[in-house]
Design a protein around this ligand. Structure first.
Ligand code: ZN
Length: 60
């Protein structure tokens, strides 16, 4: 029985796990996204963004 779901990725969470309805992974990821290095890392990992040039990122 699933008691709670992560509001970001939808994975099942144990009671007491996670912060603000997000699982540990998503909490870590959202924290990382607050930094410039974390944003670039996330983009590089995501295949959808592989065609985006780094010049576009620098301009934003
Ligand atoms: Zn999650």
């Amino acid at each position: 029985m699933i008691l709670r779901k992560c509001r970001r990725c939808g994975c099942a969470m144990d009671p007491g796990e996670g912060v603000n309805g997000m699982c540990e992974d998503c909490v870590r990821q959202s924290k990382a996204l607050k930094t410039r290095a974390g944003q670039l890392e996330a983009l590089v990992k995501c295949t959808d963004y592989k065609q985006m040039s780094f010049k576009d990122l620098e301009a934003s």
